[in-house]
Design a binder for this molecule. Sequence first.
Ligand SMILES: NC(=O)c1ccc[n+]([C@@H]2O[C@H](COP(=O)([O-])OP(=O)(O)OC[C@H]3O[C@@H](n4cnc5c(N)ncnc54)[C@H](OP(=O)(O)O)[C@@H]3O)[C@@H](O)[C@H]2O)c1
Length: 297
Amino acid sequence: MTSVLVVGAAGQVGRALCALGGSRGIETVGRTRADLDITDLGQVREVLAAHPFAAVVNAAAYTAVDKAESDEAAAYAINRDGPHNLAIAAAEQDIPLLHISTDYVFDGARSGAYRETDPVRPTGVYGASKFAGEEAVRATHRHHIILRTSWVYGPSTGNFVATMLRLAADRPELRVVADQRGGPTTAAAIAQALLTMILQLDRGESWGTYHFSGAPATTWHGFAQEIIARAAPRLRQIPVVIPIGTADYPTPARRPANSELDCTKIERQFGIRQPDWRTTLDDIVETLQTNPQGSKI
Ligand SMILES: NC(=O)c1ccc[n+]([C@@H]2O[C@H](COP(=O)([O-])OP(=O)(O)OC[C@H]3O[C@@H](n4cnc5c(N)ncnc54)[C@H](OP(=O)(O)O)[C@@H]3O)[C@@H](O)[C@H]2O)c1
C-alpha cells in the first residue's frame, strides 16, 4: 500500500486526509505538531529518512489571518521556513512534496477568477508568509505540487460554518460581509483532490501549482444565508442574515475582495472537478448542530 506522510495531521485538512486515505488505497501516516514540528529541520529530516514514503503532504500552517498581523515571526516560521524544511528533506530523500497554499496570495482586484499564472500581491502577513512558503518549495524541490485553495471548512470547530452556527444559536441577526467573494471548500474535498493527485504522480510531468476550490463562488453573506437555511429546522429562532460591507467590519488583516480561483488546470491535468459545496453543506451543518464540538473530519 502506498504510504504517505501527513504533517499538520490535527488540522482540518490533515484530519480529513488521515480519515480518507484508506478508502483510496493509501496508508496515511499522520504527524501532529506535537510529533513533528516542521520548523525544526533536524526533526523533519529524521522523520523523512526513517521510512520510504511515496509522498509528503504539508497540511500544517499558521492559519490565524488576523493574528498574523501582530505575530509575523511565527507566521513566517511556520508558513515559509516550515515548507522550506520539508522541501529540503523531501528533496534529499527524493520524495514528492504536496504543499497547500491559499487564495490570500492574491489582492482581489481582478474581476474574474484567478489563474495559477496571475501575479500575486498578498494584502497581509498571512498571505505574504504563505507565498514565501510557495517560493521556498519551488526553489528547493522540483518534485512538488502546490495546491492553492480557499475558505476551508468541515464538520469541526474553528471555521466559518461553525462560527455562524454558534452565533445563530442566540442572535436575532447576523451581520455578514457581502463584498468579499470566494469559493467555499470542504477539507474533505481538498483531501480527496490531494489523494487523487498522489495516485497520479507517476504519470509524468505534473509538478507545479494548481488551484482548487468549491463552486459556485459566493460571498461570505451568501454562504451564511445557505448555512442558516440548512440549520433553520433545528434552530429555536432563525436569525436574519444582514449584508454589510468590509468597511463596516474592520479587521487587522485586509482580505481580497475577490479570490475566486480558476480550477481548469487541475481538471485538465488530473481530472479533478470543482465540487459543488452546496451538496455537502446539509450534512456538515447537521453534524455541527448535533455535536458542536465537531466530528473527527
Ligand atoms: N482555513 C482556511 O480557510 C484556509 C484557506 C485557504 C488555504 N488554507 C490552507 O490550507 C491548509 C490547511 O488549513 P487548515 O484549515 O486545515 O488549517 P488548520 O485547521 O489551522 O490546521 C493547521 C495545523 O497545522 C498545525 N501546525 C501549526 N504549526 C505547526 C508546526 N510548526 N509544525 C507542525 N504542525 C503545525 C496546527 O497545529 P496547532 O493547532 O497545534 O497549532 C494545526 O493542527 C493550510 O496550508 C492553509 O494555509 C486554509
